[in-house]
Ligand binder design. Structure first.
Ligand code: EPU
Length: 422
């Protein structure tokens, strides 16, 4: 069978409204957290993306029933009778490890395959395990699996300071701490909006979490058997999907509106878009971008939230590639995220990589070429590059894009892109 490709021809002006779905990096954790309560949870604004299908499979293998109807997901955890997440799922999606905290919290045990490396870097789990150990979890790692057990006396609260504000470690720890005796304090916690979304969801289940969205999260533990399923919870809008389409608008003129996202969650990317020369207007749940002047070089460095998100770095690299002047991009989160630059260079970009810095000299125009997505955000970045390249760009390895963007091609087509998937 011939590989599916996205074919995009550059030069069309994009304008219109793009609906934004729920955040991938939130919904995956909400789904995992549903394990804490026995019964049926409903999560609305769920994106129909392959990572969500994989997390659905993770939950099904544990014994849950999972249904997705449009954007409404129902998870019934009543039948959970297994505590194992096997390698064939973890290897497809590293975020499968988000079940670790919920499983040890509710059942006192978990067996989860160790994730290997992935396209964007080595991505260790040490902070997840060290934090959970402080709550009393014992780990034994053998034959590629992490076996976690909790003493009969249950989890105990602790004061944990994370070495780095890791999103995944903060989440696993926060969920497990909900089931610990006493009050846990997580210092240097990640502050991403998706962490707050998870904390708000857990609080509706009966947890007592405060401080979410700040570097210090406090979790007052409750009896693990007291959690109740949430009858309906709407996932927060995907700031990364929104940011990706805003870059499309900045590249291709606009006015383009992303609808269904809180502009506050994109404060720094919006500031950078203005510095590139775009005009931005915001409302409660939408952002409109347009640009008439030429793009101007702008430096970017990725940092944990509220810093500039690494998940928008490749897309913004496309802006620097066609902006007037020299931009420096510094990637502080994932060491392999510059693999994307090599594909962009094939399209005529002038980029020099020095360690975790990319020095980008803007060129007049990119030239369409056959390219391949090395990861989810790189895939999106290559399609964006194709929007302003001369001639046709064909993007391969679309499974990466399908992990995190629902209807990416259809949404771009609806606002005027000359794009198809075949
Ligand atoms: N790290 C460790 N040890 C740990 C945990 C993390 O060294 O125990 C390191 C990682 O190797 C990495 C850095 O800390 O260098 C940041 O990792 P973090 O734990 O914050 O990231 P994550 O939870 O693995 C989530 C998102 C990523 C996003 C990052 C940073 C999900 C499912 N994934 O990953 O999303 O880039 O936070 O914001 O929430 C994407 O959507 O394309 C994506 C990769």
């Amino acid at each position: 069978m011939q590989e599916e490709l996205i074919k995009v021809s550059g030069g069309a002006r994009l304008s219109g409204v793009v609906p934004i779905t729920g955040a991938k990096n939130s919904v995956l954790k909400l789904m995992a957290a549903s394990i804490l309560a026995s019964g049926a949870t409903t999560i609305t604004n769920t994106p129909a993306i392959s990572d969500v299908f994989i997390m659905g499979e993770v939950l099904k293998r544990l014994g849950a029933q999972v249904h997705l109807d449009g954007h409404v997901m129902t998870i019934d955890t009543t039948g959970i009778n297994s505590y194992e997440t096997p390698y064939d799922l973890v290897v497809q999606m590293r975020a499968s490890v988000a079940v670790l905290g919920p499983l040890v919290g509710r059942f006192g045990r978990a067996r989860v395959a160790m994730p290997g490396g992935c396209q964007i870097g080595s991505r260790k789990l040490d902070m997840h395990l060290l934090g959970l150990e402080e709550l009393g979890v014992s780990f034994e790692v053998s034959h590629g699996y992490i076996n976690a057990t909790v003493p009969k006396t249950g989890l105990k609260a602790a004061h944990v300071t994370l070495e780095f504000a890791s999103v995944g470690a903060t989440e696993n720890l926060m969920v497990a701490a909900c089931c610990a005796k006493g009050t846990t304090v997580i210092e240097n916690a990640a502050r991403e909006p998706e962490i707050s979304d998870l904390a708000n969801f857990l609080n509706l289940m009966g947890a007592r979490i405060s401080g979410q969205g700040t570097p210090v999260i406090t979790v007052e533990g409750v009896d693990p058997s007291s959690f109740v399923p949430v009858p309906s919870y709407s996932t927060v809008g995907d700031r990364i999907e929104a940011g990706t389409f805003l870059v499309a608008g900045a590249l291709a003129g606009g006015p383009l509106t992303v609808q269904g996202v809180n502009p506050e969650f994109l404060a720094l990317p919006l500031k950078k878009l203005k510095s590139f020369g775009a005009h931005i207007e915001t409302g409660e749940d939408f952002i409109t971008i347009s640009r008439e002047e030429p793009l101007k070089a702008t430096d970017i460095q990725t940092l944990p939230y509220p810093g500039f998100p690494t998940d928008l770095q490749p897309q913004f690299m496309v802006l620097t590639a066609v902006a007037q002047g020299t931009s420096v991009i510094t990637e502080n989160i994932f060491e392999n995220r510059f693999m994307f630059a090599d594909e962009l260079i094939r399209m005529g970009a002038n980029i020099r990589i020095e360690g975790h810095h990319a020095i980008v000299e803007g060129v007049e125009q990119l030239s369409g070429a056959p390219v391949r997505a090395s990861d989810l955000r790189a895939g999106a970045g290559l399609v964006l590059a194709g929007l302003v390249a001369d001639g046709e760009t064909t993007v391969g390895e679309l499974t990466h894009i399908d992990r995190g963007y629902e209807g990416f091609v259809d949404k771009l087509k609806a606002v005027g892109a000359q794009i198809e998937r075949a």
